[in-house]
Design a protein around this ligand. Structure first.
Ligand code: FE2
Length: 367
């Protein structure tokens, strides 16, 4: 697939924040504040706004109480007001329904729409920058907030991974490329030569958005939200903390082939999958980067270069859950899982372990 259509579009600039739904708001909050060291900046209705200590804006995560886990929306900041106007015009011209929203905490007018698979996204320009009150100010001029002395604190939001109906991955990637200006950095092909999964970015990072085939055939589901450490040892520190306090680690620490990042996956108390990046992986500065393609038989090392296994459930567990997960199992060919299975990188969980991993749980750290 061509990475860019014609002239590059520099209008979408960064992933700014994500809203996650949780059925156990207080337990999720406990996890994000005490284990990932995030700071509460605001509470409003059923939502709590949280920041990582190097997030530049007020917050990067909104936790909202809801019946089921999942992603509410992800918001991207544009590079200017005219850039925002251009993207909104392009979306409307393409027939995308766009909703203007003005009642936003911490940022100005936003434009909400859905991608081709039903994930809710927003674009905005006006935003409030975080100014740390004295008690949490950093001694460093270039750090938005002092590093919290809680858990293993995350530094900034990194990316979202959106489960996408396998029939939609290719055209949804083109939607992000053509209407929003994303570059398609890497992709895993299915047997027909179309993308089963793609990694897209608007910055030198390999991705701010990943679209990964939902082998259960769902649409608009959420796979994970990732936060960045930039310090590989932190993944070991966090692993110890999770094991000591009964937080389920799904996989890792391990090294991805795609992006080359060192990562691990945790399921937070509300049931959403959270990824932590121990480093940034490689960065891209080439202006006419050609999309890196991984053939189906090569897909194993795209996902695991070394360092661990993934449970088979990694590919079907997403939020919200699909009710008949077992019946619907493997309704779509998944080149990644097939290749990993062949190479011996897939583990099969006991029913008890699966229950422990993916059910919501009460969580309270005393200290
Ligand atoms: Fe990821």
């Amino acid at each position: 697939m061509t990475n860019q259509m014609t002239e590059p579009i520099f209008d979408t600039h960064q992933l700014a924040f994500t809203e996650l739904f949780t059925p156990v708001l207080r337990d999720s909050l406990e996890f994000f504040t005490k284990v990932l060291g995030m700071t509460i900046v605001h509470e409003q209705g059923d939502s709590i706004y949280l920041r990582a200590y190097e997030d530049v804006y007020l917050y990067s995560l909104i936790l909202t109480k809801a019946k089921e886990a999942g992603m509410g929306f992800s918001a991207f900041r544009t590079s200017s007001k005219p850039a925002l106007d251009r993207r909104v015009a392009a979306l409307k011209e393409a027939g995308v329904e766009v909703e203007e929203r003005t009642d936003n905490y911490g940022y100005g007018t936003s434009y909400r729409f859905k991608d081709l698979d039903g994930h809710v996204l927003e674009l905005f320009w006006e935003v409030e920058k975080f100014k740390a009150p004295e008690r949490i100010a950093s001694s460093l001029n270039n750090r938005a907030q002092r590093k919290p002395a809680r858990g293993v604190p995350v530094r900034r939001i990194d990316h979202v991974n959106l489960l996408t109906n396998p029939a939609n991955v290719q055209k949804n990637a083109e939607f992000y490329r053509d209407l929003l200006g994303f570059n398609i950095r890497e992709g895993v092909l299915n047997e027909d030569g179309e993308f089963f999964a793609t990694w897209l970015s608007v910055s030198p990072l390999v991705h701010e958005v990943a679209l990964m085939g939902d082998e259960l055939g769902g649409s608009g589901r959420f796979h994970h939200l990732a936060y960045w450490y930039g310090i590989p040892q932190h993944l070991n520190d966090l692993s110890e903390l999770c094991i000591e306090h009964g937080i389920p680690i799904e996989a890792g620490p391990l090294k991805h082939g795609v992006s080359q990042a060192l990562c691990m996956y945790i399921i937070e108390p509300g049931g959403n999958r959270i990824e932590l990046f121990g480093d940034s992986g490689y960065l891209i500065f080439d202006p006419d980067w050609e999309t890196v393609e991984w053939a189906p038989e090569d897909a194993a090392k795209a996902i695991i270069w070394y360092g661990g296994e993934l449970p088979e459930t990694y590919f079907r567990y997403g939020t919200p859950r699909i009710k008949d997960e077992t019946d619907a199992l493997n309704c779509y060919y998944n080149p990644i899982k097939t290749s990993l299975e062949k190479e011996g990188f897939i583990s099969h969980l006991s029913a008890e372990r699966e229950d422990n991993l993916y059910n919501t749980f009460n969580f309270d750290i005393e200290e």
